[in-house]
Structure formats: structure tokens, C-alpha cells
Ligand binder design. Structure first.
Ligand SMILES: [Zn+2]
Ligand SMILES: [Zn+2]
Length: 166
């Protein structure tokens, strides 16, 4: 459901750009393809690395400019999730939340309806809330697993000393 209604295909983005008088180039279409079904919430730099592998003539500036225009047209969400760089989310379905790994900066979508999450009237002080985004921070399975494994492996230097003492 989300993939159908929240992410436009490269062809749809091409049509949308043309309809809005925006430039469509093979480089831009390569970026559209790289964003399709992309669940990584890439930074501009990460997306640049991905598209450069497919098309050498793409510049980081083109990636930035294209993401900027996609954002203006409401086709990507620019997210500041505290990972040190803006992350771009082609899943523009509102009401999804994020899990953010503090160690490696991985971002995952979380589809949970926190329908009853609200600001108590006394605390709102007249503030009108229009949307809610929840960010959970912690360790992804890779980082949590890696730390646990490292704790189980004895230090190599200890072993070498034991051998040398014999
Ligand atoms: Zn991680
Ligand atoms: Zn997301």
C-alpha cells in the first residue's frame, strides 16, 4: 500500500517535472530510479555514491539540486534525524515514524498508528498540532549484535602472551 501510493515511479516523476517546467535530464532520471523503493533514507552523499556507480557524469551538485526540487514538489521529505546530515525519504506517506541507530546512523521506517498521541491542552499553550512524528533512537540489530560479539571475543594480545610464556 505504501509503495503504491507514497512513492512515485521514475516515469511519474519525469512527467511531474515536465508538467512543472523543471529540467529532465538522464542524470535526473538516474536519481529518480535510485530513489524508487529506496528505504535507506539516504543522505545526498550516499545517493551520489549510488548513482555515480551507474552514471559517471553525475555531479554531487546535480544530486543536491534534484533532491531540492523533488522536495519543493513534495516528492521527497528532507529529514533532520540528528545523524549529522539531512536524510531524504522518498516515502512521503505522512504518519510514519523512524527508528534511528545512534552508532551507524541507519534509519528505518516504522508504521505504527499512535493515534492517541497528543499534547495535553494545558501544555499546548494554544499551539495547534498538525502532525506527529516519533523518532526512536537506539542500536540497530547489526550494531547491537556486533557489540555483543566483540564482548565475547578474548583479546588477542592475551593469547600471544600466553604462548610466549611457554
Ligand atoms: Zn547501527
Ligand atoms: Zn521514512
Amino acid at each position: 500500500m505504501y509503495a503504491d501510493c507514497a512513492m512515485r515511479s521514475p516515469e511519474e516523476l519525469t512527467d511531474l517535472f515536465r508538467a512543472n517546467g523543471r529540467k529532465v535530464t538522464p542524470q535526473r532520471q538516474c536519481i529518480f530510479r535510485a530513489l524508487q523503493d529506496n528505504r535507506d533514507h539516504p543522505s545526498a552523499e550516499a545517493l551520489f555514491d549510488a548513482v555515480r556507480a551507474e552514471m559517471e557524469t553525475i555531479s554531487l551538485k546535480t544530486v543536491y539540486q534534484t533532491l531540492h526540487e523533488l522536495s519543493e514538489l513534495g516528492q521527497v521529505a528532507a529529514l533532520d534525524l540528528g545523524t549529522g546530515m539531512t536524510r531524504f525519504d522518498p516515502n512521503i506517506e505522512s504518519g510514519h515514524h523512524h527508528l534511528v541507530c545512534r552508532s551507524c546512523g541507519k534509519v528505518r521506517d516504522l508504521f505504527v498508528d499512535y493515534g492517541d498521541l497528543s499534547v495535553p491542552t494545558a501544555s499546548a499553550d494554544g499551539f495547534q498540532v498538525s502532525e506527529v512524528e516519533v523518532v526512536f533512537r537506539g542500536s540497530c540489530s547489526d550494531c547491537a549484535g556486533g557489540a555483543a560479539r566483540r564482548a565475547l571475543i578474548p583479546l588477542r594480545t592475551d593469547k600471544t602472551e600466553t604462548v610466549a610464556a611457554r
